[in-house]
Design a protein around this ligand. Structure first.
Ligand SMILES: [Ca+2]
Ligand SMILES: [Ca+2]
Ligand SMILES: [Ca+2]
Ligand SMILES: [Ca+2]
Length: 306
C-alpha cells in the first residue's frame, strides 16, 4: 500500500498544480495553463511594448475556452482580432457582403484569404482607448444582427478585469482581463524574435469564451485560432500574428508589403511561410482524473510484478 499511497499523493499534487479554472485577470498565473501553444517568431514593427503578441496559452475548463495572449495592445483602438475555426465550413476568404456589419470589420476584410485549411466561424475584436476597453463577438457568415458589441468592459478604465453582461443579440457573456504592463518580450523590428524573451512575458490579454459561443465543438476537435494586431480601421495589418509570420517580416499593411490600400483584399496568408493559426484540442471531460486513474493502474500493475 505504500506505493499506492505515494502514487495517490503524486496524483493529488498533480491536481493541485493545475487550477480548476484560470483567473481571467490578464496575468499568466502559476498553474493556470500548460506550455505555450504558439510563440512569436518575428519582432514587432507595430510598436515595441505597444502592440506585440509574445505567446499564446489555452485551456478548456468549466465549459469555457480560456485564452491568454501575452503582450501589449496600444490604447489607440488598434484591433486585436481573434478568428476562431471551431466548426465545419466557414470563410477561408472573408466576404464583405455575407457578414455582420459590427465595427466595420467585414467590409475592410473583404477578400482577405487565410491559410488553406483555416475556415473561421467566429471573430472576437478587442480594442482600447479613451478610458475604455471594448469587445465585439461576431458569427462569421451570420446575418446583420449576428454579433454583440460590449463597450467599456472594465467600467471606465482601459486595463482591468470584468465580465460582460449577456449579449443583447446572442446572449453570451465573456470574461476579459487586460494587463498592459509588459516592457520586455520581443523587441522592435522585423528580424527574428527572441523567443525565450517572448515566453518570459506573463501579462497581456486573457479571455474566457463560452464553448457554446463557438458552437460547442465536439471532444477531440481541433479548434484553430488566428490572432493578429490590425490598425484602428481594420485595414492595416501589423506583423504580429499568432501563429506567427516568419522573419524577416515587416507589417503586412493592406497589400502584404506594408502599404495602405484601404482594405485587405490583397492579403493571402498562403503567400507567407508557416501557418498563421494555432491549434487547441477539445479534451475529454475529466482528463486530469483519467490521468490519475491511469497512474493508479500503473501502480497496481507494478505491485503485481513485485
Ligand atoms: Ca490569469
Ligand atoms: Ca517588447
Ligand atoms: Ca470552420
Ligand atoms: Ca501562411
Amino acid at each position: 500500500m505504500k506505493l499506492l499511497s505515494a502514487v495517490l499523493g503524486i496524483t493529488l499534487l498533480g491536481s493541485i498544480a493545475v487550477q480548476a479554472v484560470p483567473m481571467v485577470d490578464g496575468v499568466l498565473g502559476p498553474g493556470e495553463y500548460g506550455a505555450a501553444v504558439s510563440v512569436q517568431a518575428v519582432e514587432t514593427q507595430f510598436g515595441d511594448n505597444f502592440s506585440e503578441l509574445n505567446a499564446a496559452y489555452a485551456r478548456i475548463a468549466g465549459g469555457h475556452l480560456y485564452l491568454m495572449l501575452t503582450g501589449n495592445l496600444e490604447g489607440n483602438f488598434n484591433k486585436l482580432n481573434i478568428f476562431i475555426d471551431s466548426q465545419p465550413g466557414g470563410q477561408n476568404i472573408i466576404s464583405g457582403a455575407n457578414n455582420p456589419p459590427n465595427d466595420g470589420w467585414a467590409a475592410a476584410h473583404n477578400g482577405m484569404r487565410f491559410d488553406t485549411g483555416f475556415e473561421p466561424d467566429y471573430l472576437l475584436i478587442l480594442r482600447n482607448g479613451a478610458g475604455k476597453f471594448d469587445l465585439d463577438y461576431a458569427i462569421i457568415g451570420g446575418g446583420a444582427t449576428d454579433f454583440d458589441s460590449f463597450e467599456d468592459v472594465f467600467g471606465g478604465t482601459q486595463e482591468g478585469s470584468g465580465v460582460t453582461g449577456p449579449g443583447a443579440n446572442l446572449g453570451f457573456s465573456f470574461m476579459l482581463g487586460f494587463d498592459n504592463s509588459n516592457t520586455a518580450g520581443v523587441a522592435g523590428g522585423t528580424g527574428a524574435a527572441d523567443q525565450a524573451a517572448a515566453l518570459a512575458v506573463t501579462t497581456g490579454i486573457e479571455i474566457g469564451i463560452p464553448l457554446a459561443a463557438i458552437g460547442n465543438p465536439a471532444i477531440g476537435t481541433d479548434v484553430h485560432i488566428s490572432a493578429m494586431v490590425n490598425g484602428s480601421n481594420h485595414d492595416f495589418l501589423s506583423n504580429q500574428f499568432l501563429g506567427p509570420l516568419q522573419p524577416p517580416q515587416g507589417n503586412l499593411g493592406g497589400d502584404g508589403a506594408g502599404n495602405w490600400t484601404g482594405g485587405l483584399s490583397d492579403i493571402d496568408l498562403n503567400n507567407f511561410a508557416g501557418q498563421q493559426f494555432f491549434t487547441v484540442v477539445i479534451p475529454e471531460p475529466g482528463s486530469v482524473l483519467l490521468l490519475g486513474l491511469g497512474l493508479l493502474g500503473v501502480a497496481r500493475a507494478r505491485r503485481r510484478v513485485r
